[in-house]
Design a protein around this ligand. Structure first.
Ligand SMILES: C=C1C[C@]23C[C@H]1CC[C@H]2[C@@]12CCC[C@@](C)(C(=O)O1)[C@H]2[C@@H]3C(=O)O
Ligand SMILES: O=C(O)CCC(=O)C(=O)O
Ligand SMILES: [Fe+2]
Length: 357
């Protein structure tokens, strides 16, 4: 069966009035779509002004109640956000055959293709994307833009640099809200210089084309990010929803000048479950296509293990998760998806040494 990219881009699907069966989701399984009976007020995730003197408390509260928030006064130049958005538009506007020349070779990692979580779902997602995890995007960009790839690569480099700065700043503020500092993280005392300790992660450019029956389709299925945290720039069209037990699915309306932040699984581990990762998904739209750019910030580079911070666990508490490197965690996630955190829990009997993955 052709992929969405092939079908959409050769113009088959966009003109359809109904959704093909392979793209029709039954939204009754995990994370019910029914609003909880207690949801009487419209709720939305908080907007935190990073220049507010109370920023630590505000971020701490946002993390504990939602695991997601929007940030204002984040310091990322608007021009750069515009540049990466138009880079994404230019890429996704190309004919399918061109995009497929930059297809990812290694099951949804670097390059053009479907979301990596696709194999866990029976139905197809109404989206396409381009993932950047390492330097291989240089070659892909050279294929896509033989004449001005240097310009496009420069945008990615600048974006990475800005996002890394912002992510580090958010990390220390959120840790501050838990009464600890970056120095309390075990890896902060590793001998390497700080540059090599804080690894990168990924940038995912997402495109959600217009869809004839958005209610029955899914742009990106419910998931948590395997990151420390994710910083998301969404175009002026909404679609992102976050899930909260008390509220059900809550749409994050794009607010001009803000970026959205999601807490990922590594933060969940690091904080010993005090700051849980957030389940989120992307819905699609009947009249407007949508672009989002996710900066998925991984943990420390290489073989550094991520484990609950001992100062958070406390002298009598117990560490809920065994230490894992980011690479190991991504591997576990690619095998068991939404059971990945359970798979590394220390109190899960099926994780006893004779039973581990
Ligand atoms: C570095 C990462 C993090 C990945 C896997 C790998 C490359 C692409 C990332 C995403 C991006 C889109 C959502 C997600 C859920 C997906 O399908 O691919 C992410 C996933 C994860 O956070 O687990
Ligand atoms: O497009 C969105 O709003 C969500 C994207 C996302 O969750 C991701 O790329 O991990
Ligand atoms: Fe995500």
């Amino acid at each position: 069966m052709p992929s969405l990219a092939e079908e959409i881009c050769i113009g088959n699907l966009v003109s359809l009035q109904t959704l093909p069966d392979s793209f029709t989701w039954k939204l009754t399984t995990a994370y019910s779509d029914l609003p909880p009976s207690s949801a009487t007020v419209e709720e939305s995730i908080p907007v935190v002004d990073l220049s507010d003197p109370d920023v630590t408390t505000l971020l701490g509260n946002a993390c504990k109640t939602w695991g997601a928030f929007q940030i204002a006064n984040h310091g990322v130049p608007q021009d750069l956000l515009d540049d990466i958005e138009s880079l994404s538009k230019t890429l996704f506007d190309m004919p399918a055959e061109r995009k497929l020349e930059a297809a990812s070779s290694d099951k949804g990692v670097s390059g053009y293709g479907e979301p990596r979580i696709s194999p866990f779902f029976e139905k197809k997602m109404w989206s396409e994307g381009f993932t950047i995890t390492d330097g291989s995007y240089h070659n892909h960009f050279l294929t896509l833009w033989p004449h001005d790839h240097t310009n496009y690569c420069g945008i990615i480099e600048a974006y990475k640099a800005e996002m890394e700065k912002l992510a580090t700043r958010l990390l220390s503020c959120i840790l501050g809200s838990l009464g600890v500092t970056v120095d309390d993280i075990e890896w902060a005392h590793m001998p390497e210089n700080s540059e090599s300790k804080v690894g990168f992660g990924a940038i995912r450019l997402n495109h959600y084309p217009v869809c004839p029956e958005p209610e029955r389709a899914m742009g990106l299925a419910a998931h948590t990010d395997s990151t420390m945290l994710t910083i998301l720039h969404q175009s002026n069209t909404g679609g992102l929803q976050v899930f909260r037990e008390e509220s059900g699915w809550v749409t994050v309306e794009p607010a001009p000048g803000t970026l959205e932040v999601n807490i990922g699984d590594l933060f969940h581990i690091l904080s010993n479950g005090k700051i849980p990762s957030v389940v989120h998904r992307a819905k699609v739209n009947q009249t407007r296509s949508r672009i989002s750019i996710a900066y998925l910030w991984g943990g420390p580079a290489g073989d550094v293990k991520i484990a609950p911070i001992s100062k958070i666990v406390g002298p009598v508490g117990s560490s809920l998760f065994r230490p894992v490197t980011w690479k190991e965690y991504l591997q576990i996630k690619s095998e068991v998806f939404d059971k990945a955190l359970d798979a590394i829990r220390t109190d899960n009997p099926s994780n006893s040494p004779s039973n581990v993955l």
